[in-house]
Design a protein around this ligand. Structure first.
Ligand SMILES: O=C(O)CCC(=O)C(=O)O
Length: 285
């Protein structure tokens, strides 16, 4: 059954469904967009065994993805690593990825992802089917750049022990070229973030969404990360391998809690946006 949560201590409007009952939320993603819902969880969106298998493959050297450091230029230093180029900024690419590199890496990513999931059911096919069920009958697609090349459908993110994603909010991408291009045809005022848990760590690593909203006078205007998040109420979500999480990441500050134990946290995901003509739901990494 679709479980809708609205108790006082849980300030986020959350709906949780099993992958077999997506028809209960035919317009679920648009509800996040129109500020009628904050969090949507699809339990077992992908089989846990599939995720276990692909994470095992990712830890071998021949996976085919381009690994992108997120904290330090030297990829050999222990840090958060993305498999694939993300359409966002970090301390290595402060203005976001150069478009030429991003688009070249997007094509590599699609092929590497096809290979990665070859034995388990194609990732893009499954993800797109899930989004179709939750998109209110809209077309679902990965965006194209002006030259016809496609964006990447997602990225894979590895957070090692002792690290987490800092407190941040996902609507300070105005200076990122590939984001500006998307904003010409999409309403990206409050982007939606989605990811599927591939492998949870032994401890920590929960996504934690704060009550602090975009433009709250208590937040700084520049979106700087590593801010102090103490003093704000938050809700924490635990996900199992295969669970998909989509949320209003442009409305609420959020972070990933520090990963504990030897196993890294692996996720795969990106962003969702609705076309301004309201006919298409786009997703990209
Ligand atoms: O992919 C994740 O695990 C975290 C997502 C997130 O916080 C973000 O991309 O803004």
């Amino acid at each position: 059954m679709a479980t809708e949560t609205a108790v006082a201590s849980e300030f986020l409007r959350t709906v949780e469904v099993h992958a077999g009952e997506l028809d209960r939320l035919p317009d679920g993603l648009h509800r996040i967009f129109r500020d009628d819902l904050d969090v949507l969880i699809v339990r077992s969106a992908f089989p846990a065994a599939t995720m276990g298998h692909v994470v095992e493959l990712l830890q071998r050297t021949e996976h085919g993805f381009v690994r992108m450091p997120q904290e330090f230029h030297d990829i050999e230093r222990e840090q958060i690593v993305f498999y694939g180029d993300a359409m966002s900024h970090n301390s290595v690419d402060e203005q976001g990825p150069p478009m030429e590199r991003y688009l070249a890496n997007a094509a590599i990513w699609r092929e590497a992802c096809r290979q990665l999931f070859a034995a388990d059911g194609d990732y893009e096919t499954r993800l797109s089917a899930i989004f179709c069920s939750l998109s209110g009958g809209r077309r679902v697609d990965v965006p194209h750049y002006s030259d016809g090349r496609t964006y990447g459908p997602s990225t894979i993110r590895m957070i090692p022990s002792g690290r987490g994603a800092p407190f941040h909010i996902d609507n300070y991408f105005d200076g990122v070229e590939g984001w500006q291009y998307l904003a010409k045809t999409m309403n990206l005022q409050y982007p939606i973030n989605f990811f599927t848990m591939m492998s949870p760590p032994e401890g920590g690593g929960e996504i934690e969404v704060s009550e602090l909203r975009f433009n709250d006078p208590r937040s700084t205007a520049d979106g700087a990360i590593n801010k102090d998040d103490s003093g704000f109420a938050s809700q924490r979500f635990s996900l199992q391998a295969g669970d998909l999480f989509a949320f209003a990441a442009g409305r609420f500050w959020h972070r990933v809690r520090e990963v504990r134990g030897p196993r890294p946290r692996w996720t795969i995901g990106g962003f969702l946006g609705f076309a301004t003509d309201d006919r298409t739901l786009f997703y990209w990494g």
